[in-house]
Design a protein. Structure first.
Length: 168
């Protein structure tokens, strides 16, 4: 299976190694797709496909605040916003084009990543990897509206980062 990940950093104040984080995202997705509980509950269950595609847009909190207000009616900046296009579409309306599933887009505010990393006492790279893993779970159809869902998501994010030996 091919994994196509596109990345764009529109935040001019922070350079990141986009290729490195694409590789991390690819490994995280592969890890998740091997987990039985994720296979069982994700939007890809039972589908026939040859590739998965999704995007990362790195921006600032001004942009996520704007998106939050416009699309989610929430008046605050977010560290991450996920547009899980495939997972959020009713199953009878989902489509697979030429064997490819486009899962959607993840927007990450790099200034918020630094703020959270400082607050938690972890590295910027760790926090960004943590958010990437979070966004991928959302793209696969996992949410955290209840405490059980939240614990599931956080536990799998931690397992994914541990499996890749990404430390704080």
């Amino acid at each position: 299976m091919r994994i196509n990940i596109f990345s764009e950093n529109i935040y001019e104040k922070r350079e990141i190694d986009e290729k490195r984080f694409i590789q991390i995202a690819r490994k995280i997705l592969r890890f998740y797709l091997k987990q039985p509980e994720i296979q069982e509950g994700c939007c890809l269950k039972g589908l026939d496909f040859t590739s998965i595609t999704f995007d990362f847009v790195y921006c600032d909190s001004v942009k996520t605040h704007e998106i939050n207000r416009e699309y989610r009616q929430k008046d605050y900046p977010a560290d991450i916003i996920t547009f899980a296009i495939f997972a959020d579409t009713p199953s009878e309306e989902r489509f697979i084009f030429d064997g490819d599933i486009n899962l959607g887009e993840v927007m990450i505010a790099l200034d918020k990543v630094q703020e959270e990393a400082d607050k938690k006492g972890v590295s910027f790279d760790y926090e960004l990897s943590f958010l990437i893993s979070h966004g991928i779970l959302h793209l696969l159809g996992f949410d955290h509206q209840t405490m059980d869902e939240y614990n599931f998501v956080i536990a799998h994010q931690n397992k994914a980062l541990e499996s890749l030996k990404i430390n704080e």
